[in-house]
Design a protein around this ligand. Structure first.
Ligand code: SF4
Length: 285
């Protein structure tokens, strides 16, 4: 029973305007039990429809709050990346790792968690176990204490141990440099595969997270209605020479400058190129 359907003891079951329904009497008319049941069922049905919401995905909220801007020109996009490169010539992930396997584990742990939080956990875990064999040997219960400060750690522990067992059984304990093989691993989706392919293996992939989704739409760099559309638009619109590092520049720009609630347009290096119409005040370039 939903909270709104609870009855208050000693009161009629339901009052609609001045009409009492719970006693099955509306005004002078008596309402049959079938009609009451049918009304109740219809109401419950409506309540179900109202409360049932689709699972939230990265970019959903931003998509509603930030309509896509008109597209940036190809020249503007090139200039934006030239500026980001000048400011930060060698961008990389803020996750701490030293092997493709450590990066894979860190990215799996980072779903709905901050990089800082993941780094705290992996600083404890990796000195003890940083290979598929070592983490598989820890087992799910043995892994949990190391990652218990991270959200969803129960499910993540199960995924990481299963992932290690699969790497040992099918890939000789190595992280495969192959999208399909990566995506077949427990806890690994397209975004995680893209991060590993890009950051560990140098492939020009684009892992669109909530920051990149927002920046791409808000600025007009690569508008798209969902993360896959933005990924494809970025791969088409970002000049080849910047593709390898574009993912990191865009994440860092979204995380520290073009923030979700209040973008810091006043100190934004691409303010003059950005097509967002509600820029916050400031001089910019
Ligand atoms: S000008 Fe503002 S909205 Fe545009 S990219 Fe910079 S911070 Fe984001």
């Amino acid at each position: 029973m939903s909270p709104s359907a609870k009855r208050t003891p000693g009161k009629p079951a339901k009052t609609v305007g001045s009409k009492t329904v719970g006693s099955k009497t509306v005004g002078s008319k008596t309402v049959g039990s079938k009609a009451v049941a049918s009304k109740t069922a219809a109401k419950a049905d409506r309540a179900k429809k109202t409360t049932k919401r689709p699972a939230k995905k990265a970019g959903d909220a931003t998509e509603k709050k930030t309509p896509a801007a008109p597209r940036m020109s190809a020249d503007a996009i090139r200039t934006a990346f030239e500026r980001w490169r000048e400011l930060n010539p060698h961008p990389t992930t803020e996750l701490i790792y030293s092997t493709p396997f450590e990066l894979l584990v860190a990215v799996v742990l980072s779903a709905q968690a901050t990089d800082v939080g993941v780094n705290k956990a992996t600083r404890r875990l990796f000195p003890v176990a940083n290979t598929p064999a070592a983490i598989a040997a820890l087992g799910v219960e043995g892994l949990k204490p190391y990652i218990a400060t991270i959200g969803l750690f129960n499910a993540k522990a199960a995924n990481v141990v299963a992932l290690c067992e699969r790497l040992i059984a099918e890939h000789g304990g190595e992280v495969p440099r192959d999208r399909a093989a990566l995506e077949a691993l427990p806890g690994v989706g397209r975004k995680t595969a893209n991060v590993v392919l890009n950051t560990a293996f140098g492939e020009p992939t684009m892992a669109v997270d909530t920051h990149i989704f927002r920046v791409a739409n808000r600025t007009g760099l690569a508008p798209g209605k969902d993360v896959r559309a933005v990924e494809e638009a970025l791969l088409k619109r970002v000049p080849a020479e910047f593709l390898q590092d574009a993912h990191h520049w865009l994440i860092l720009h979204g995380r520290y400058t073009c923030k979700a609630r209040k973008p810091e347009c006043g100190r934004c290096p691409i303010r003059d190129l950005c097509r967002f119409k509600d820029k916050t005040p400031g001089d910019g370039p």
